[in-house]
Ligand binder design. Sequence first.
Ligand code: ADP
Ligand code: MG
Ligand code: ZN
Length: 500
Amino acid sequence: MVTSARPSAGATVLERWEPVIGIEVHSQLKTASKMFCGCSTAYDGAAPNSHTCPVCLGLPGALPVINRRAVELVLATGAAIDAQTPEHTRWDRKNYFYPDLPKGYQISQYDLPLAAAGTMTVDTSDGPFTIRITRAHLEEDTAKLVHAPGPGGERISLVDFNRSGVPLMEIVTEPDVRTAEQARRYAEELQLLLRTIGASDADMERGQMRVEANVSLRRRGTEPFGTRVEVKNMNSFRSVERAITFEIERQAAALDAGEPLVQETRGWSDERGETYRMRVKETSDDYRYFPEPDLPPLRVEPAWLVEIRGALPELPAPRRSRYQEALGLSAYDAAVLVADADAGRLFEATLAADGHLDAKAVANWVTGEYLRIRNAASNDAAVVTADPTQLGTLIRLVGDGSISRANAKEVFEAHVATGDPAEAIVAARGFRQISDAGALGAIVDAVIAANPAAAADVRAGKAQAIGFLVGAVMKQTRGQANAGVVQAALRERLGTGEGG
Ligand code: ADP
Ligand code: MG
Ligand code: ZN
């Protein structure tokens, strides 16, 4: 969405240097059990090391078994980005030592990923941008290291194996990205896609979606890529944009000063607003990949792919197009309704409850009033819901002049707070307007008769005097008269035009 004060690299830097950026995303797949064992993935809030077995603890002799659902979710992601899936894929061992990796290797996929050569298109402030996605492959997550003070206050590291072996999908793009904004928009759209197809909850703060950016600069007008730096530890979309912007500036300053860059991994510190060196980058040679001997190669039946493709829900991009083209919504409303699950559901359900409602009116209520109330609600408040049928009723009452727009907003707020039906709130608060010209006509006649001086003023062209008469009608009807209808009735009787 549009954010103010967007970070962006200085214009003069960008005149000399062209950023070249590739994005790697790791996302935890939404499966009930882990990638190669039966341990539950629902370890959130559970005691450390309570969701483990010999397989995910990496004990010698334990044998992995492939989680079919995890494979299916990567294939679904591949289908959603128009990627290719080879009929034969396999697993490879990526060897390295780290305390969070008990086996000394990670089961991953090296040269035969489950999905390859896809694309994704996102909207940016410079228009649509298409990024090529090199691959999406399946691997296993590592355990989690917890650094804490020990019994004597010394620094110790603890290992929690609950996360060890959770299915992880890695999605890698071509180095097509040229701006920090494009990178952020890609990450946002990918999160939306993964949530839409149910592949991942993709919550960045909870580590379910981890974004890494490979950033290099090349002199404008030249072909070869420069030395790249991998930036990690960005745990929000805003961090992605800020970190890349910082890195572009940092690299440009170094290159301008004639300092060569080293290929390295840098972390992002949100507090300090800068990247810092973590380690000098390994190359894939260092991992000594080789085919995993404990698992068979995987054959993906074409019929299975067809089935997965057929089961995909409506994807974000076609849904936005449908909202704009078939329902006449603005690009902004379409983007908001597709990006926000609650808003999108309320919009769809309201239209489903009453097919004759104007989609644009429904969209206005949802993106305006509903989201305003929902976003203002404090975090500890219960879920903020509106009944689609009640919203539809309210939109009808405004449309036919039964209640004013201002009162309708109050009714909606009361409905969201209490769950009471719209009509009941309207009745209880005396909001129903009298719009019937016949009924109001009689009251208007009586008011004119009772206020001859004001009526004469209006007849003499003093248009302001009409306000006094409208006020008198309102008093008679305890504020329930439709002001527009009253004005029209007064003008008709007193012969003034539209002036005033
Ligand atoms: P690794 O296995 O070391 O992570 P990859 O070849 O898989 O390396 O590339 C990782 C990411 O880096 C990809 O998104 C790729 O597009 C990107 N990339 C490769 N070269 C460059 C470069 N010179 N500048 C920026 N990004 C690059
Ligand atoms: Mg990588
Ligand atoms: Zn296990």
